[in-house]
Design a protein around this ligand. Structure first.
Ligand SMILES: [Zn+2]
Ligand SMILES: [Zn+2]
Length: 419
């Protein structure tokens, strides 16, 4: 067995070290990118200065444990030097965008969301509307008790609409307010009023198990509940332990088996965790294990509301390479939901919006949509100028609502594009 520069045997570490880091204990270090994906070596601050002045330094090969010793002390990382390699494997695909013009001026809507490419649910003037091509039909008014929350408009409250997977229900809530309500779009009635402690994130999401709809919604500073959107019945129990974390955005897997939640504590610590939704329903949520998540994916301090997307039913991609919020590189970390382990990371996607499907990650960038192979970390192509805001089934959907030129909808069928 080979003995490495640190004097140890065993497997070689995936990074090399400058001589001053070898067996140096907990000391500050820089990461020097090699220009091959995210591969990097570690060096001390003095060697980092030399490298930045264009000088070369000695690199030593050490054992795996000696590299991990530094990596485990992630707060000792002071900077990245160089740039990661963004891999590209241009692949032919169908980039055709289906275009529709909505006859209504969607720019007036306080909040809007697609049911499919031509049908939308919108909210304005205290009323929910269904927009179907050229037709606009009122559904119902906001319940009076939610109007006490103040005006529904206003950017500080950020109202948003979400719709159930089957298009039966829609929910409107202030993502930073304290009230919301659920509407049955078929029966055109309010089925449930939502309340939440003010000035904390108020996120909601539908999921569907055995063809039944459920709504998961934040209800207090540190808790969320599951309700039946058809009648508002609470399906999670109120007694039991509270988490010490505030729940942020909720992202349900395509098969509704898992939900990924970004959580933050008042001390600024942030983590990305996942629950199995079938198990949550069986456990009635608060009864077991102090409401502890079923999977811990990653934690990064002071970093919240980052792009997260499911690339398929088993893997979820989380933006940002680095343990420290001030040293983040654009890229995605891919986690296997069954093991909770990080299986891959790659450079490229920026901190805008992520979507995913079919093993691919889609990032909406300044110049348009970038398409990534989430297993290889390679950019497969782009659709210039296309910046979708929603994913609905097999489609990514973009709405350009302008009071001058009308509302243009463009949609890309990502599932059929690579056949
Ligand atoms: Zn050094
Ligand atoms: Zn060693």
């Amino acid at each position: 067995m080979q003995t490495w520069a640190c004097g140890h045997e065993g497997d070689e570490g995936h990074s090399r070290l400058c001589p001053h880091l070898v067996c140096a204990g907990e000391v500050e270090y820089a990461r020097v990118l090699r220009g091959q994906g995210l591969e990097s070596d570690l060096c001390c601050p003095d060697c980092a200065s030399l490298i930045k002045n264009g000088e070369s330094i000695e690199w030593l090969r050490v054992c795996e444990a000696c590299v991990e010793l530094h990596e485990d002390n992630s707060y000792d990382l002071i900077e990245w030097i160089g740039k990661p390699e963004i891999k590209e494997r241009l692949t032919p695909f169908d980039a055709t965008l289906a275009e529709t013009i909505l006859s209504v001026d969607a720019a007036w809507a306080v909040a809007i969301a697609p049911l499919d490419v031509t049908r939308w649910v919108g909210f304005w003037q205290k009323e929910m509307f269904l927009i179907d091509g050229a037709e606009v039909a009122p559904i119902c008014a906001a319940p009076p008790s939610t109007q006490k929350d103040g005006v529904w408009g206003g950017p500080h409250l950020a109202p948003s609409v979400s719709t159930s997977l089957d298009g039966r229900f829609a929910v409107l809530c202030h993502t930073r307010g304290r009230s919301g309500f659920v509407v049955d779009l078929e029966e055109k009635r309010v089925t449930m009023v939502l309340k939440k402690t003010p000035n904390t994130p108020f996120y909601v999401a539908f999921f569907q198990l055995d063809e039944r709809n459920f709504l998961i919604h934040a209800t207090d500073w540190m808790r969320f509940d599951i309700s039946d959107p058809e009648n508002g019945t609470l399906l999670s129990r109120r007694e039991g332990h509270y988490s010490t974390f505030e729940n942020g955005r909720l992202r349900v897997s395509p098969d509704s088996q898992w939900i990924v939640v970004e959580q933050s504590s008042r001390g600024g610590s942030e983590r990305v965790v996942a629950w199995n939704l079938s198990r949550l329903l069986e456990e009635k949520f608060w009864e077991s294990k102090e409401a502890s998540p079923h999977r811990w994916l990653c934690s990064r301090d002071y970093l919240s509301d980052v792009p997260v997307a499911w690339v398929d039913n088993d893997r979820v991609a989380v933006w940002g390479i680095s343990p420290d919020e001030e040293l983040m590189l654009n890229g995605a970390r891919v986690f296997d939901i069954h093991s909770g382990e990080e299986v891959f990371a790659f450079a490229g996607p920026s901190k805008k919006v992520f979507f995913g499907g079919g093993g691919r990650l889609f990032s909406a960038e300044d110049d348009g949509l970038h398409i990534w192979d989430a297993s290889m970390g390679e950019r497969l192509g782009r659709i210039n100028g296309f910046k979708p805001q929603w994913q609905r089934g097999d489609f990514l959907i973009e709405l350009n609502a302008s009071r001058l030129s009308g509302s243009r909808v463009r949609a890309w069928n990502w599932l059929g594009a690579f056949d």
